[in-house]
Ligand binder design. Sequence first.
Ligand code: ZN
Length: 293
Amino acid sequence: MNFGKLQLNDNIKNKLSAAIDSGTLSHAILLTGGTQKERKSLAVLIAQTLFCENDSKPCGKCGSCKKIKNGVHPDIIITEGEAGKQRSIKIDDVREIRNRAYIMPNEAPFQIFIILEASSMGEEAQNALLKILEEPPSTARFILASRSRDDLRQTVLSRVTSFALSEDSGQAAGEKENAKAAKAAEDIIKALLTKDEYKIVLGTGAVEKDRKLFKAAAEKIILILRGAVISRYTDYSGDGAQWAMRLAETFSDRQLIDMQNKLKELFADADKNANENLLLTRLSMELASCADI
Ligand SMILES: [Zn+2]
């Protein structure tokens, strides 16, 4: 892949080139870091590379490259939020993207939906997008761009492959928190699998006194519980797939769904200023009760 005048670190150049050359670029990617202009330029460059008709991609000269550069390619749909303005990409905008994604491309093999400043999607809009990221039509690809991973919901992040234009400190901190939440989620799931109430109480201690971590871990566990149910019917390869499989072996669908619902309730209550110790007690009790312990 030719990066032209775009100044990027070798890490992202190598990662992107390898994924595109081998045809393994994920159907949904997220570009973070850098400036707003750099993210936009890179998103357009990737789109050109995917559609370019020549060997040295993007050539900048073929019909596809030119149409994309001039913003007139019928299969490239760009939605751009206003930087720092929450909800400037509305749920209706995302619904439009979803509807459009099911329409056949005009001339290219697939359509590319570029969502710039993706953090300007509110929670509702991100949830609407999630539905199509989870089960995208084979003719739709997504390129999201945002200042930092922190600005997007965990559920959306779990569906995209991230490429960082620069290692900003916010991003590094976000990744650290993400790893912490994944570890906390894993501890709770391990405890659940023992079916031992005391171990469940200990396991939930990982998120003690940290509401943000509590919520992030709860979101991860909900995803894995969903994965557990899905894994019975089809291959599940999402985050925590190995835990999803173990959960499916240990619990019935009803138990797994009860656990998801309880976690969603607790997640909503965490925002309502509920007492943190109480939340934790409820978490272990409710999970044990769903597991019929
Ligand atoms: Zn070209």
